[in-house]
Ligand binder design. Structure first.
Ligand code: PSU
Ligand code: MN
Length: 314
C-alpha cells in the first residue's frame, strides 16, 4: 500500500491495527444516490448506528486527490454537497487521484480501498449489475467484476431493481461469487423483498456468515461473499408499483440519451421523483438495515478470530 495516497482517519487506523471491528461504507450512495441535505442526515444516522454497537464506521471517498477512509464533517460536506464530485468506480481511481479531484466511490472502488487498508466487511444499499438493455449496450457494472476478485463480506439488498436481476444473479455465479440470502432464499429486488430469482444458500445469523467467510478465506478464494438482505417489511414497495416507475425512468433515459456512469443516478432520481420521494425512504431504510447487519457480521468475525487465537494458544 502506498500510504502517501491515503488519509486514514486516526480512530479508524487505530481500530484496524488493534483488530477492533470496522465497517466500510460507500459514498456514491450519498453523492449520487440521495439528494442534499437528506444525504448528510443519513450519513450521520449511519455513523451513530454503527458506533452504538461498538464498531467503527469508515466511509470511503476521495477528497482533493486523497483516498479518505473515515470522513470528518468537512470531508463529508465536500462529498455530499460539493460541486463537480466525480462518480469513481475502480477504473476511475487513478484519474481522480492524479487530477486532485474529489470523488464519491462506488461499490467497486470502495471494496478495493477497504481491502487495501485491511477492512473485511462493507455495507451498501444495492450493488450494480447487468443492465436491462445489456444486449445493445454491454452495460455490466464494474461492481460484479470487483466482487469476483476482492475478498470482503459485502452486505446489500440485492441489486438495484432497475437492473436485469435474473441475469445479474447468473453473472455472479459465472464469476464465482457466493450469494448468501439472509433469512431468505429469494434474491431481493432492492425496493422489494423478492425478485422471484431463487438463491441456493440461506443463512440465518451473523455468526453463520462469519463462519462462511473464514472457510472461504482459508480456501484461498479471492471473491467476496455477497450477503443479500431484503428491505424491512414495513418499508417495502411492491414490485408492481416499482416496475411502473422503472419503465417510465428507462424511457426517459432513452429519450435523453443517458448511458454509461450517468445511467444509474439518472434512473434513481427519476424513481425518486415519480414515487413522490417514497423511494428515498425505502432506500435509506434498507441501507440502514444493511449497515446494522454488517456491524453484527464485523463483530462476529472479530469474535471468531479471538476464539481461534485462544484455541491455538490454549
Ligand atoms: N445503490 C443505491 N444508490 C447508489 C448506488 C447503488 O441505492 O447510488 C451506486 C453504488 O455506488 C453502485 C453504483 O456501486 O451505484 C453502480 O453504478 P453503475 O451502475 O454505474 O456501475
Ligand atoms: Mn454501467
Amino acid at each position: 500500500m502506498n500510504s502517501s495516497l491515503y488519509s486514514i482517519n486516526p480512530t479508524v487506523g487505530a481500530a484496524i491495527k488493534s483488530g477492533q471491528s470496522v465497517l466500510a461504507l460507500e459514498s456514491t450512495i450519498l453523492a449520487h444516490g440521495m439528494p442534499y441535505p437528506q444525504n448528510i442526515a443519513f450519513a450521520k444516522k449511519s455513523d451513530r448506528l454503527v458506533r452504538s454497537f461498538g464498531v467503527i464506521p469508515a466511509t470511503i471517498a476521495i477528497v482533493s486527490g486523497k483516498i479518505c477512509v473515515g470522513l470528518d464533517n468537512e470531508q463529508l460536506d465536500s462529498v455530499a454537497q460539493g460541486k463537480n464530485v466525480q462518480k469513481v468506480a475502480v477504473r476511475d481511481l487513478s484519474h481522480c487521484l492524479s487530477s486532485g479531484l474529489t470523488g464519491a466511490t462506488t461499490v467497486s472502488a470502495t471494496m478495493r480501498i477497504a481491502h487495501a487498508v485491511g477492512i473485511k466487511v462493507f455495507s451498501t444499499g444495492g450493488i450494480g449489475g447487468v443492465h436491462q438493455n445489456w444486449k445493445s449496450t454491454s452495460d455490466v457494472s464494474q461492481d460484479l467484476y470487483e466482487l469476483s476478485r476482492t475478498p470482503l463480506v459485502v452486505v446489500s439488498s440485492g441489486a438495484k431493481a432497475i437492473l436485469d436481476l435474473p441475469k445479474t444473479v447468473e453473472y455472479l455465479e459465472s464469476l464465482s461469487v457466493p450469494i448468501l440470502g439472509y433469512k431468505t432464499d429469494n434474491f431481493p429486488a432492492f425496493y422489494s423483498r423478492k425478485s422471484g430469482v431463487q438463491i441456493d444458500t440461506r443463512v440465518d445469523s451473523p455468526e453463520e456468515i462469519a463462519q462462511h467467510f473464514n472457510i472461504h478465506r482459508s480456501l484461498g478464494l479471492a471473491s467476496s461473499l455477497l450477503v443479500a438482505n431484503p428491505v424491512p417489511k414495513t418499508n417495502e414497495i411492491d414490485r408492481g408499483t416499482v416496475s411502473v416507475f422503472i419503465e417510465k425512468a428507462l424511457v426517459g433515459a432513452k429519450e435523453n440519451h443517458i448511458y454509461g456512469k450517468k445511467l444509474t443516478p439518472f434512473l434513481l432520481s427519476e424513481i425518486y421523483r415519480l414515487s413522490n420521494g417514497n423511494s428515498l425512504k425505502t432506500n435509506m431504510a434498507l441501507a440502514l438495515s444493511n449497515i446494522k447487519l454488517g456491524t453484527q457480521i464485523a463483530l462476529a468475525l472479530s469474535l471468531s478470530k479471538q476464539c481461534s487465537a485462544n484455541a491455538n494458544h490454549g
